[in-house]
Structure formats: structure tokens, C-alpha cells
Design a protein. Structure first.
Length: 80
């Protein structure tokens, strides 16, 4: 993980984003103290435990019939 001083990170943010996507997380320091880690969105989602769309679809209830019955009322007239 590469370490960046805050001022340098601000000046080279675009480059840091590219490095994050290609090389992994980037550490930013302020006054010599570690303050933040820049992390790719896909890595954040994986680490935060947020469910993916695919896992949500696979965990959907199965085998329950859908109620597709339509109302017997006539279609109402619409004036344009």
C-alpha cells in the first residue's frame, strides 16, 4: 500500500484513483498520522458485507404461487 501526504493526495487525486484501481488501497496521512484509506468501490462492497444483486435474487422465496387474477370490473371510460 502506497502512502500519500494529504496535500500531495489532493494534487494528484486522479492518479491516486487510477493506482487504487490497478494496485489496491492507498493510505493518506495528515501531519504524519494515518487518516484515510482510498479503496476501490468493489472492494468496499465486498468488505462491508452489502449483498450483491445476484445473492439477493438467489435468496428470493421460491415455490410460492403468484396472484395474477384480474379484477372483474369493466374498464372505466377515460375522457381525453
Amino acid at each position: 500500500m502506497h502512502t500519500w501526504q494529504l496535500q500531495e493526495a489532493k494534487n494528484r487525486f486522479s492518479e491516486i484513483v487510477d493506482m487504487t484501481l490497478n494496485e489496491g488501497p492507498q493510505l493518506v496521512t495528515r501531519r504524519g498520522q494515518d487518516v484515510v484509506v482510498i479503496l476501490a468501490a468493489k472492494d468496499y462492497r465486498r468488505m462491508s458485507g452489502a449483498p450483491s444483486l445476484l445473492s439477493t435474487l438467489f435468496s428470493a422465496p421460491r415455490g410460492e404461487p403468484l396472484d395474477l387474477a384480474r379484477a372483474k370490473e369493466p374498464i372505466r371510460e377515460v375522457k381525453l
